[in-house]
Design a protein around this ligand. Structure first.
Ligand SMILES: [Zn+2]
Length: 460
């Protein structure tokens, strides 16, 4: 069956055609095949290739190429979409969220939260704060076939107040699916206190930075303490590493970051895993990074996860740490320059409004996201780097780059169709780009219909 992008009214049968499409997928015994053609497909593969058409069969990408070549593979089981030049990217991956946790804690519906993610093109997310009770809850949810995108769990060793939950995570082997599209990936560790009761984050800073703090900043963060000594943290990371778990460590202040980087470095040395860091230990937040720490990521293959900064957040920090320390703030471009793996994330996606990858991209590309006027120069990256940080680099962070993160033959068919090409719009307008179609595992999980006429916008 063929679908053409046409203005409404040009093709009176289109609504009927679409209804047939919804009900006619996969004749018995045949694999569902979908061709998207006349598109601009940014594969985000290492060769940065761009293609015109893609063939998906079942849940895999079978072919990529020019329109004629892919259309010649059409058969009776193939649904064909003419995208009229629209843009395709790999499904977006968010390597650090509290998406389900937020839902769980606030009594939200997990179905709704997933729908929100799919509507903005998020096809994979890491849930970065998970208890045993939640693990079982998510497992039941997934086993009832409710998971429409992919969720990667990071099980807590301790909580944001510093309470140690211990190695209970060992009940769940690493990198094993515990339900359809649900995987236990690693262990979450707080090196510093974070949101605990009414308190905000409690980053730990060195004297080098503290000497430029404002009185307000000193009152707030002048006496904060790490949750673990270097030796304790090393022991915790070593135990997880010996069992094959990736660790994801929360660290915001330069002392928290330094202690974490050195603990990981030391574990890698003693486990003969120097440089390769095969479990891909990662540091989350990385807010205040001094020059001496910058090269430790690339050198040890430690992954940096960063939330794109906003002007309001930068102003808030500057009021405490002092303007002179803001040169250390979220050095995303400096990290890329060192050759480190860097991915961007949303953390609290509903509160930060960063669930939408286009908001993330606009923020990291312009350095001007947020409603607060600000003179602080925030680090930025190119549109291409920003997109990598939400696709191939995010897949690398979650150990799933063999199957996801780029559009290549044999990989899983997670992709999005965008209303506009982010390389071609004014950077500030990236946030206006809409997701028209989201595909997960070869299945169309979302089709936008802004005008409510039951015809997906992609067909109008
Ligand atoms: Zn977090």
């Amino acid at each position: 069956m063929k679908f053409f992008l046409m203005k409404r009214g040009c093709f009176p049968g289109i609504s009927f055609a679409f209804l047939i499409f919804l009900s006619s997928i996969s004749p018995v015994g045949a694999q569902n095949r979908i061709i998207l053609h006349n598109a601009k497909i940014y594969t985000m593969a290492d060769d940065a290739s761009v293609n015109e058409a893609i063939l998906v069969e079942g849940n895999r990408i079978i072919a990529l190429g020019i329109n004629e070549a892919i259309l010649s593979m059409e058969d009776v089981n193939t649904d064909v979409f003419d995208l009229q030049g629209r843009t395709i990217f790999p499904g977006f991956i968010d390597p650090h969220t509290h998406l389900f946790g937020q839902a769980f804690g606030m009594g939200y519906d997990l179905d709704l939260i997933q729908q929100l993610a799919l509507e903005v093109g998020v096809t994979s997310a890491a849930e970065m704060h998970v208890s045993e009770e939640q693990t079982e809850y998510y497992r039941q949810y997934a086993q009832s076939d409710n998971m429409r995108f992919r969720l990667y769990l990071y099980l807590n060793f301790n909580d944001s107040c510093g309470n140690v939950w211990g190695s209970w995570y060992e009940k769940y082997p690493p990198n094993v699916d515990i339900g359809p599209r649900l995987r236990v990936n690693g262990v979450k560790i707080f090196s510093e206190k974070s949101l605990c009761g009414a308190n905000g984050a409690e980053p730990v800073f060195s004297n080098k930075l503290l000497k430029f703090f404002t009185p307000l900043g000193l009152a707030q963060w002048g006496n904060t303490q790490l949750l673990f000594s270097f030796d304790e943290l090393k022991k915790i990371i070593l135990q997880a590493t010996d069992q094959g778990y990736q660790v994801a460590v929360h660290a915001i202040g330069d002392v928290g970051i330094e202690t974490t980087l050195k603990a990981i470095e030391s574990v890698l040395k003693s486990s003969q895993d120097k440089k390769t860091n095969r479990y891909r230990h990662m540091v989350m937040h990385n807010h205040f990074l001094t020059d001496d720490l910058l090269h430790k990521y690339a050198r040890n293959n430690i992954i940096a996860l960063i939330e794109p900064p906003t002007t309001c957040q930068a102003n808030n920090y500057a009021e405490g740490v002092g303007e002179r320390n803001m040169k250390y703030f979220k050095r995303v471009d400096d990290l890329v320059e060192t050759g480190a793996h860097v991915a961007i994330d949303s953390d609290w996606p509903i509160v930060t409004q960063l669930l939408n990858p286009m908001n993330k991209l606009r923020a990291i590309v312009t350095g001007k996201a947020g409603t607060c006027p600000s003179d602080i120069n925030l680090q930025r990256v190119s549109v291409f780097e920003g997109l990598k940080m939400m696709t191939s680099e995010a897949a690398y962070a979650l150990h799933c780059e063999d199957h996801l993160g780029s559009l290549e033959i044999g990989k899983l068919a997670d992709l999005v169709v965008l209303s506009q090409d982010p390389f071609e719009v004014v950077p500030d307008n990236i946030r206006d780009i809409q997701v028209l179609l989201t595909m997960v595992d070869g299945k169309i999980e979302f089709l936008r219909d802004n005008d409510g006429d039951s015809i997906p916008d992609i067909l109008e």
